[in-house]
Design a protein. Structure first.
Length: 188
């Protein structure tokens, strides 16, 4: 809990990036597949790098830091794949995004289960994880859906997930302030 509360800013940053990505996709629903590929790639790489940096910075205090690095590497890999093959078909992009969403959703739900005894409001993580899994399953179930629908689904998911991450981040910040001095001894 100390590690999470000390690094609440990374959680908020992930939420802000997710909201920015989601809003951009919702404002420009006619976006071309090529632009979506680049936008998704940038989002996945940014989110992955933030997760990796957080895990490495807290490896001494976080017993599950390796699983965080794996999640971050998967995000970076998903982003790199989109940059290397920008002309990939809609169906191939759907499978990359769907797989990434499902893996991230399962990891988020697992984190919520681990935190349920020490964090009030862990349901936000569960909802975020369930939304991510649902997005992945929906994309896999309907790969022939047009790019416009895919953009709207992904944009809506990113906005909701971002809001949930930001509220969790600020809850962690409040927890840091309310706990005894051992948490306050570390800089934010």
């Amino acid at each position: 809990m100390e590690v999470l509360s000390r690094n609440w800013g990374w959680v908020v940053l992930r939420g802000v990036v997710a909201i920015m990505f989601g809003v951009l996709t919702l404002i420009q629903p006619g976006i071309t597949l090529a632009a979506l590929v680049l936008l998704f790639g940038a989002y996945a790489v940014t989110d992955g790098v933030a997760t990796i940096v957080w895990a490495i910075a807290n490896r001494r205090d976080e017993p599950h830091w390796v699983s965080l690095i794996v999640c971050g590497v998967l995000g970076v890999a998903a982003g790199i794949v989109t940059f290397l093959w920008p002309a990939m078909t809609t169906v191939a992009l759907l499978f990359v995004i769907a797989t990434w969403a499902i893996v991230m959703g399962v990891a988020t739900i697992a984190a919520a289960i681990q935190l349920r005894k020490v964090l009030v409001g862990e349901w936000r993580l569960v909802v975020s994880g369930l939304l991510s899994v649902a997005l992945g399953v929906a994309l896999l179930a309907a790969p022939a859906v047009g790019a416009l629908a895919m953009v709207l689904w992904i944009g809506a998911f990113a906005v909701v997930s971002g809001v949930l991450l930001i509220t969790l981040g600020f809850q962690l910040r409040s927890l840091r302030r309310s706990l005894p001095g051992q948490l306050r001894s570390h800089p934010a």
